[in-house]
Design a protein around this ligand. Structure first.
Ligand SMILES: Cc1cc2nc3c(=O)[nH]c(=O)nc-3n(C[C@H](O)[C@H](O)[C@H](O)COP(=O)(O)OP(=O)(O)OC[C@H]3O[C@@H](n4cnc5c(N)ncnc54)[C@H](O)[C@@H]3O)c2cc1C
Length: 458
């Protein structure tokens, strides 16, 4: 039985980085990957979707060229094969670099196959059994497919199979009005598809504040996306070349017929075929591996990092998991998951950058707070760029003067949010950023102005 100091299962966002740290510390490491190096983010998540969104943005701006005084003769055409080729090229660079770097890493042995626990410190792969005192699980998650009658009879798409699409669906019906569904919805609308988004809840991305949801729904509808909220999909069926979705809503039962259907109704961890029971590793009822604040499972010497531990669902949370595990194991630095501040972005156009608490969470916590909002129409840079949709909102603790949270829905919101995030990590009062001289013309220069206009949260 080949013995290692450490086994890493999965090459998501934390496993490869940890492998590099461990071999640099002189450990013998085995890395197991069953499919594509780089996992979800690189192959079927962040990288390909943001590459597609960049193509969709180019089409959108080309259609708006006259607004900028630029004449494009004739209609703007999107070549979906070229869009996919560009996307595949970007993904291949990231994936191939990672695969090459792991396979040539001294002290690291790469196994390409499905890893499965056969005991507490043993993992089987391709018929061999590997053993190590330390095992790190980084197996990620996949699209969760809801038990809708008829779904198993039709050729639906998920975020993974969407990556093979090199044609324009004439009518894409998307089940799920949350982060993944909305990014695809806007991109495909801009490519030229008819798009319908069906959401069970009363509004899109229900984790966000109602004003954020409404503004996003507003600009998606303006672009011609059919948004159906409060709509329960009761069954789906194939009708010739179409897929028909039967919906129950307050208006009664209705049917939407599209040419293609994307299921974007959530994620589930890849822990069901990992032999966790053989190692005695505990999961919650949804299959997420239970971990403590330093990402240790209930079994000594086994850690779980990334989406499979249910403590984050982003590339940066998985990367942060790597940092926490490496710091504790190798640097004698007791970093913890609870040290991190919620932060993420939604890559619609304009994007939403989020940090800390939402307004609804602040209200629920019943904290004495101050709030300020600013419309993007008040921001010169947004005017100059001709991109004035959205608004920014910031919340501050009245007594400590610390920033509690921010939602920046507007031009460069995914970047501007980092101004706030830095101050939040520094545990500094908002007055630090209020007094900082920012660069003109930028969106960020209006953060001090917003902070000048804080009012009690009623
Ligand atoms: C469409 C989409 C868009 C997204 N966009 C963003 C974004 O813009 N920003 C952001 O921060 N996050 C985004 N995410 C989320 C992000 O992709 C994940 O949070 C991120 O990839 C972290 O994943 P991970 O490290 O947990 O593992 P993953 O990246 O999921 O990798 C897990 C790896 O483990 C392998 N594996 C699984 N089981 C086994 C096994 N038994 N044996 C061997 N190997 C195994 C898998 O093949 C895979 O390669 C997006 C996700 C999706 C689906």
């Amino acid at each position: 039985m080949p013995n290692f100091d450490a086994i890493i299962i999965g090459t998501g966002q934390s496993g490869p980085a940890l492998a590099r740290r461990l071999v640099a510390a002189g450990r013998r490491v085995a890395v197991i990957e069953r499919k594509l190096f780089g996992g979800t983010c690189v192959n079927v998540g962040c990288t390909p979707t943001k590459t597609l969104i960049a193509s969709a943005y180019a089409a959108h701006i080309a259609r708006r060229a006259a607004d900028y005084g630029v004449r494009i003769e004739g209609p703007v055409r999107v070549d979906m094969k070229a869009v996919k080729t560009r996307k595949d090229g970007v993904v291949a660079v990231f994936r191939d670099d990672l695969e090459r770097s792991l396979k040539t890493l001294q002290g690291c042995t790469v196994y390409q196959g499905h890893g499965r626990f056969t005991g507490e410190k043993k993992v089987a792969v391709n018929g061999s059994e590997l053993a190590a005192d330390q095992i790190f699980i980084n197996v990620g998650a996949r699209a969760a497919v809801p038990p809708i009658p008829g779904l198993d009879q039709i050729p639906y798409l998920t975020n993974s199979s969407m990556m093979d699409v090199d044609f324009l669906p004439s009518h894409l019906v998307i089940l799920g009005g949350s982060y993944i569904g909305l990014e695809f919805a806007q991109a495909y609308r801009r490519f030229g598809s008819e798009v319908t988004v069906i959401e069970l809840g009363p509004r899109l991305i229900s984790r966000e504040d109602a004003d954020i949801s409404q503004t996003i729904a507003g600009f998606l509808k303006e672009e011609g996306i059919d948004v159906r909220v409060d709509s329960k999909v009761i069954s789906v069926e194939k009708q010739g070349d179409s897929v028909a979705v039967n919906i129950e809503s307050t208006a009664g039962i209705s049917q939407i017929a599209g040419t293609h259907m994307l299921v974007a109704t959530g994620r589930r961890p890849n822990t069901d075929d990992l032999g966790l029971d053989r190692a005695g590793i505990a999961t919650d009822r949804r299959g997420y591996i239970q971990v403590d604040d330093q990402l240790r499972t209930n079994v000594s010497g086994i850690w779980a990092m990334g989406d499979c531990n249910g403590r984050g669902a982003f590339t940066h949370t998985s990367w942060n998991d790597f940092e926490i595990v490496a710091a504790n194991l190798l640097d004698n630095d007791p970093r913890r998951v609870s040290d991190r501040i919620t932060a993420y972005a939604l890559y619609t156009d304009p994007p939403l950058g989020r940090a800390g608490m939402t307004e609804a969470e602040v209200r629920k916590a019943d904290k004495p707070a101050l709030i300020s909002t600013m419309a993007m129409t008040d921001i010169m840079r947004a005017y100059e760029r001709g991109e004035t949709k959205g608004f920014m909102k910031i919340l501050v603790d009245r007594d400590s003067k610390r920033i509690l949270g921010a939602s920046f829905l507007g031009l460069e919101g995914d970047e501007v949010i980092h101004c706030v995030l830095g101050i939040m990590y520094a545990k500094a009062p908002y007055t630090v950023i209020q007094r900082a001289m920012h660069i003109h013309p930028t969106v960020s220069e209006f953060i001090p102005t917003m902070l000048d206009q804080l009012k009690p949260l009623q």
